[in-house]
Design a protein around this ligand. Structure first.
Ligand SMILES: NC(=O)c1ccc[n+]([C@@H]2O[C@H](COP(=O)([O-])OP(=O)(O)OC[C@H]3O[C@@H](n4cnc5c(N)ncnc54)[C@H](OP(=O)(O)O)[C@@H]3O)[C@@H](O)[C@H]2O)c1
Length: 248
């Protein structure tokens, strides 16, 4: 049995990950969503799924308090953290002079601050116990954040994904140097999920065309397969949905 914490699990790629994991009765799934009504709706549909209510923009103190439920749901802690919740903000394809620059604060707050708070609050549960499962942190990034293989446009969204790549790399490097064997052997991955026809991706596809886009189910299935197969040698890496390395 493995225990999973997924943020942004009520729709899009996060929901598809939840759906696929819930097919195996042995999996313990904790879904983080941002309202009680969403949590209630999700639990009606997936009675075995546990929920945590938190907004990525909430304070760290709220994260700490909300994540205490993990102890009740899964006394042995969690094995996989999918830090998936995110926002696109205003059309990221605008030129930097047309873009509403006021968006930066919100988009970075959610897409970077939200992941940083999620990881920090999840840490005690992720590294609670050695149950023989390698602990994995999968941070949903995007090719929009690459500066090495630059993709034009992006604005606050691209900047947020570049920043979250830095965070993921920092986590991986810190953990590699840990004295705690469980932490030292953990794997942190920056994962581009593909161009995906979720609400977010469909907005982009409507402007650029949907060629090359995949469904949320395909994306989730590829991500779950990769999450199983990533090795310690790959920690801190940035990969696409097929496991190919992406330039930072
Ligand atoms: N779709 C793509 O082509 C694509 C490509 C590269 C990377 N990504 C990344 O993949 C991840 C999932 O995106 P998606 O395509 O599945 O998008 P989506 O369908 O728009 O879903 C976004 C999810 O994030 C949650 N979320 C947004 N703001 C939040 C907040 N402030 N607090 C808590 N939860 C919040 C949403 O919850 P609510 O329902 O409450 O809003 C929803 O569950 C994101 O990190 C995105 O940047 C997507």
């Amino acid at each position: 049995m493995a225990a999973y914490l997924i943020t942004g699990a009520n729709r899009g790629i996060g929901l598809a990950i939840l759906e696929q994991l819930s097919k195996d009765e042995k999996n313990l799934i904790i879904a983080s969503v941002r309202s009680q009504s969403t949590a209630d709706k999700l639990q009606k549909q997936y009675p075995k799924v546990k929920t945590i209510v938190i907004d990525m923009a909430d304070s760290y103190a709220k994260f700490e308090s909300a994540f205490k439920l993990i102890d009740q749901y899964s006394p042995a802690g969690i094995d996989y953290l999918f830090a998936n919740a995110g926002v696109l903000g205003e059309d990221p394809l605008y030129s930097s002079t047309l873009y509403d620059v006021e968006q930066y604060l919100d988009v970075l707050n959610i897409n970077v601050g939200g992941v940083a708070k999620t990881y920090k609050a999840a840490y005690p549960y992720l590294f609670k116990k050695d149950n023989g499962i390698t602990k994995k942190v999968i941070i949903t990034s995007s090719v929009a954040g690459t500066t090495g293989g630059f993709v034009l446009g992006g604005n606050a969204y691209g900047a947020s994904k570049a920043a979250v790549n830095h965070l993921g790399k920092q986590i991986a490097e810190e953990n590699k140097g840990s004295d705690n064997e469980l932490v030292k052997n953990s794997i942190t991955i920056l994962q581009h999920p593909g161009y995906v026809l979720s609400d977010m991706g469909a907005d982009v596809a409507a402007k650029v065309g949907s060629e090359g886009f995949i469904t949320t189910e395909e994306s989730a299935s590829k991500m779950l397969h990769l999450a199983e197969t990533f090795t310690l040698a790959q920690t801190g890496g940035f990969f696409d949905e097929n496991g190919q390395t992406i330039l930072f």
